[in-house]
Design a protein around this ligand. Structure first.
Ligand SMILES: Nc1ncnc2c1ncn2[C@@H]1O[C@H](COP(=O)(O)OP(=O)(O)OP(=O)(O)O)[C@@H](O)[C@H]1O
Ligand SMILES: [Mg+2]
Length: 259
């Protein structure tokens, strides 16, 4: 049985390191001395019951919350994220449970939100919609997302297509780490499979992918490494190739069977 503290460091330098993170909300300890890491070229999964602290951990890693104690390291350099922008500048992009797309903007505008491409000033500095659509098409195709038209308004897309747009938006700017909280929670079987394919592509392009999910079979199918949180504490670390459903569920619930 290996937990964060007892887990030997990998030979490769992790891209992302959480070191002894602690976070309280009033009297609730959402994270209690949690240490874990994630490597480039791997899908790392974070699992646990409702309220185990998964979203809190992800929000610390993406600059939404500041931990009360502990440290976040990127490529072994200590970081201090005062805001999500700081995390983004450090190469960490996050796709949230609530996706944050603008329903009445088209796909291309959503991908470029906050970083729009404009025409040069001598042409009036207006938004260059054609350039954004062309670039959006390239970015989507790069992740195998060919069923989304950049000029479609987001409100007309299916759940899986929206997920694809959020991932493309997160990745359009050369991030090295992508964090996804419940990427397939609201999706049907086929759409979930598409998102899983995109996750595999991200991994195959040597990105560091960190996902939170309650779907253990899906995690076992897509992840390389699994960390289990229970009541704010890290209780297990497993390679997906060396575990199974019962083992992971046992750690999630605290009802572990002897191995
Ligand atoms: N902003 C907040 N204010 C107060 N308490 C919070 C806040 N965010 C989380 N908590 C508490 O911290 C604990 C961990 O919550 P968190 O959202 O991280 O769990 P989770 O593992 O993501 O659960 P779920 O699987 O339901 O998404 C819970 O007890 C929750 O009630
Ligand atoms: Mg959550």
């Amino acid at each position: 049985m290996t937990t964060g503290a007892a887990t030997p460091r990998p030979i490769r330098q992790p891209v992302l390191d959480a070191v002894s993170l602690t976070k309280h909300f009033g009297g609730v300890t959402a994270l209690d001395d949690v240490s874990l890491w994630a490597l480039a070229g791997e899908v790392t999964a974070l699992v646990g019951e409702n309220g185990a602290g998964k979203s809190t951990l992800i929000k610390c890693l993406s600059g939404v919350y500041q931990p009360d104690a502990g440290e976040i390291r990127v490529d072994d350099k200590p970081m201090s994220f005062a805001s999500p922008l700081d995390a983004r500048l450090a190469g960490i992009e996050t796709v949230y449970q609530e996706l944050g797309l603008v329903e009445y903007f088209d796909v291309a505008m959503n991908i470029f939100l906050g970083r729009e491409i404009c025409r040069p000033w001598w042409q009036g500095s207006m938004l260059d919609r054609r350039a954004m659509r062309r670039r959006a098409r390239e970015v989507l195709a790069g992740f195998g997302i060919t069923n989304v038209n950049p000029s479609t308004e987001v409100r007309q897309l299916s759940g899986g297509q929206r997920q694809g747009v959020s991932i493309a938006r997160a990745m359009a700017w050369g991030a090295r780490t992508i964090i996804m909280d419940e990427p397939t929670a609201a999706l049907g079987v086929r759409e979930s499979e598409r998102v899983m394919d995109v996750i595999r592509r991200l991994r195959d392009s040597n990105l560091c992918v960190l996902i939170v999910s309650h779907n253990i079979p899906q995690i076992l199918a897509v992840a390389d490494r699994i960390w289990v949180l229970r009541a704010g504490r890290l209780v297990a670390h497993r390679l997906a190739s060396e575990t199974n459903h019962a083992d992971i569920v046992g750690h999630i619930t605290g009802m572990t069977l002897p191995r």
